[in-house]
Ligand binder design. Structure first.
Ligand SMILES: Nc1nc2c(c(=O)[nH]1)N[C@H]1C(S)=C(S)[C@@H](COP(=O)(O)O)O[C@H]1N2
Ligand SMILES: [Mo]
Length: 268
């Protein structure tokens, strides 16, 4: 069995401890990598081509630097709230890709990697992962926000358990082996009428969940039953409802609202 580590819900003191731990670690590794990268980068950019560094070396270096920066930035945590601050019922917004009925019983994710055969993961086997609960503010770019309690599993835990998102087919190890990760994830509804693109740091963020409950109850159809994405560190339009397709790739994926003029990263 691959190692799916038990993780506590990200609320209260546990969240603060986790945040301190992650901040410390990613700051130190990020800073060392960034400094080393910067020194080497200066040399490379001032070095003449005759110095014998072919362009692929430069590209790898730039990629490493980008990764070091990306993963430390991706570790900021959104503030959490006590579950009592939730006001029911949760507002719904955006029904693109939610046409027709869903069959929760047989629901499965289709997961693809560029250059590899697709696989499917049943909702039931996802629900065997450690539960994660998150009470944060969902912010819609249209100018409203509300505190919502989402429950499900961390996307990171799914990737670890099913060894997703890596070129080698091993479990992701962003600290020690970032180059093994694909750069992006594409996620979509069954009909692909709604779709989002995420950079890998956002996908691996501890507050990025696959949810099957909202405010303590099973997800309803307008909230994305039977399974939706939720990202605490992005605007609401990245939190795709009715998730059925996941694809890991190096090309930056399209995004429904980015295609309509909004920011692709949508970070808060
Ligand atoms: N499939 C799908 N997911 C979607 C949308 C949509 O139109 N279709 N709208 C997004 C937007 S703009 C927001 S703000 C949130 C709202 O989530 P809620 O309806 O659960 O409050 O869902 C996001 N996910
Ligand atoms: Mo939104």
């Amino acid at each position: 069995m691959p190692d799916a580590k038990a993780t506590p819900p990200l609320t209260g003191a546990a969240a603060e401890r986790e945040m301190r731990r992650l901040t410390r670690r990613s700051f130190s590794t990020g800073a060392v990598a960034a400094l080393a990268g910067l020194g080497a980068w200066r040399w490379l950019t001032t070095a003449s081509p005759e110095d014998g560094l072919p362009w692929p070396v430069r590209r790898v270096l730039r990629f490493n630097q980008w990764l070091a920066q990306g993963y430390s930035l991706g570790r900021r945590l959104a503030p959490t709230f006590p579950a009592e601050s939730v006001r029911q019922p949760a507002r719904t917004n955006g029904l693109v890709g939610l046409d027709g009925q869903v069959e929760p019983a047989g629901w499965q994710l289709r997961v693809g990697h560029d250059g590899r055969a697709d696989q499917t993961i049943a909702l039931r086997s996802m629900q065997a992962l450690p539960r994660a609960d998150l009470v944060t503010e969902l912010k819609c770019v249209e100018g409203w926000s509300q505190v919502i309690h989402f429950g499900g599993v961390r996307f990171m835990d799914l990737m670890t358990r099913f060894r997703l998102g890596t070129r080698s087919g091993r479990a992701p190890d962003p600290q020690n082996n970032p180059q093994d990760l694909y750069r992006y994830v594409y996620l979509a509804t069954p009909d692909e009428r709604y779709y989002v693109g995420l950079d890998m740091a956002s996908a691996l963020h501890p507050q990025t969940l696959l949810c099957d409950t909202i405010n303590g109850r099973p997800l309803t159809r307008p909230h994305g039953a039977p399974l939706r994405l939720y990202l605490a560190v992005k605007y609401g339009y990245k939190s795709l409802k009715r998730l059925a397709l996941v694809r890991f790739q190096d090309k930056r994926p399209p995004d429904y609202w980015a295609d309509r003029g909004y920011d692709w990263y949508a970070g808060l």
